[in-house]
Design a protein around this ligand. Structure first.
Ligand code: 5GP
Length: 200
């Protein structure tokens, strides 16, 4: 997605530890016009899928997930993060190791918001080592729901998340795919499908 790549080039900051800071438009300050385009693009890509629910993790997945839910006209649920969790019968829970914060968090979704009838699209801001997505998949399995695919705003292809999902034949669509960080600059892979050149 050219518009997104351009924004990452202009406003993204490469930090030590292969972390890209995008807090001026994605995960602190949010640009709703860009997020609306992100939501439309995920909807366009997964348009032939019978999506009934969007799942993400708080807090940085919420903005792209809500705009995607708006484009599909389906409800959005975000897993809440807790340092620890007293297992409650009314929640599905899983454990996620955070790459950027170097801590494990429990994530939880109320059972009443996810059922075996749901056909789910996962949306998240980043795909790095795949832990956040794995935690959501664990919860989807606990609910007996069906996973249709994963939509990622920014994928770091050099970390192992994509490989993990590919191995399990899970359809992943990433809007910006980063091959490497070189001299403090972002290097993208080639686009994976006919992009929205007109929007750039
Ligand atoms: P994973 O679970 O795939 O290792 O990492 C996914 C989560 O870690 C994302 O939801 C995101 O919040 C955070 N994350 C991973 N890499 C980056 C990064 O380069 N920049 C930022 N801002 N967050 C990241």
């Amino acid at each position: 997605m050219k518009l997104l790549e351009q924004r990452i080039r202009e406003d993204g900051q490469v930090l030590p530890g292969d972390v890209l800071k995008v807090d001026s438009f994605l995960n602190h300050q949010v640009d709703p016009e860009l997020m609306a385009e992100v939501g439309k693009e995920f909807q366009r890509h997964f348009a032939d899928q019978p999506v009934t629910k969007i799942l993400t993790v708080e807090s940085s997945g919420i903005a792209p997930a809500v705009f995607t839910g708006y484009a599909f006209k389906v409800l959005v649920v975000f897993a809440r993060k807790h340092k620890s969790v007293t297992l409650k019968e009314d929640m599905f829970t899983s454990v996620v190791y955070s790459y950027t914060k170097k801590v494990s968090n429990h994530i939880a979704i109320a059972r009443k918001f996810l059922s075996a009838d749901d056909k789910v699209l996962i949306i998240d801001d980043f795909l790095a080592n795949g832990q956040a997505v794995e935690g959501l998949i664990d919860i989807i399995n606990q609910a007996g729901a069906q996973l249709l695919g994963v939509g990622i705003v920014i994928e770091k292809t050099f970390q192992k998340g994509r490989q993990l999902l590919d191995k399990r034949d899970i359809p992943v669509y990433s809007l910006a795919r980063i091959k490497e960080f070189k001299d403090g600059q972002v290097v993208f892979t080639e686009e994976q499908e006919n992009p929205d050149g007109a929007e750039a």
